[in-house]
Write a protein that binds this ligand. Structure first.
Ligand code: MN
Length: 215
């Protein structure tokens, strides 16, 4: 397998959606998906590229007066770009996502005591994210197990080294046109879109990653 080349500073690109804008209807409307992907996600890609380019200039000029601002932009826009890129791929048209795969089932059973207990905590955590944010099922390689985390905005409340395997966007832009203030209704319907084959694939890759272990 060819090694993936480094993404150079400012070299990020908006990934195309892996399906048509109307493919997730009626759970997520074409209008929501188009605005969310073409405008919101693109803004994070642009913001990340700009921050990286500005920091290249700062290093060249040895002028770090604005470093705190651009570091913040890296965290916000970089996390936004990564999470949206995952969000599109862990959803599939209704009926196409299958059911939790063998590794997903085993890891979820081991840590959460079953898929229903996992889904109950994940849904509740997502419903209760304060303001704009995400809920993330993450593989924590340093402890060799899964965890559920909330994220405020895109980057706050993280547990470092975690690798996201399933994410749900609970920013209002993800559901407001379709569900207005009824976030729990969006979440209940959202489970019908989860692509468990992609979750299994992501988890398999995450589990094989090598990091130093701690307790
Ligand atoms: Mn979003």
């Amino acid at each position: 397998m060819k090694e993936h080349p480094m993404v150079p500073p400012g070299g990020h690109r908006l990934p195309p959606l892996p399906y048509a804008y109307d493919a997730l209807e009626p759970v997520i409307s074409a209008r929501t998906l188009k605005i969310h992907h073409d405008i919101h996600h693109k803004a994070y890609v642009d913001g990340l590229n700009q921050a990286e380019i500005k920091l290249v200039e700062a290093r060249r000029q040895k002028n770090f007066d604005l470093v705190k601002h651009w570091e913040g932009e890296l965290a916000f826009n970089g996390s936004g770009h990564i999470l949206h890129s995952i969000y599109w791929t862990v959803m599939a048209p209704e009926g196409r996502g299958g059911s939790p795969g063998p590794l997903t089932t085993r890891c979820v059973d081991e840590y959460f005591g079953g898929i229903e207990a996992f889904k109950a905590q994940f849904t509740s955590a997502a419903a209760k994210v304060e303001g704009s944010g995400w809920t993330i099922l993450t593989w924590q390689p340093t402890w060799r197990r899964l965890e559920i985390l909330q994220a405020e905005k895109h980057q706050n409340l993280t547990q470092w080294s975690g690798i996201p395997v399933l994410v749900v966007d609970v920013w209002e832009h993800a559901y407001y046109l379709d569900y207005q203030s009824r976030r729990p209704e969006y979440l209940k319907a959202w489970w019908r879109l989860v692509d468990w084959r992609e979750v299994e694939r992501r988890l398999r890759l995450a589990v094989s990653s090598k990091v130093p272990l701690t307790r």
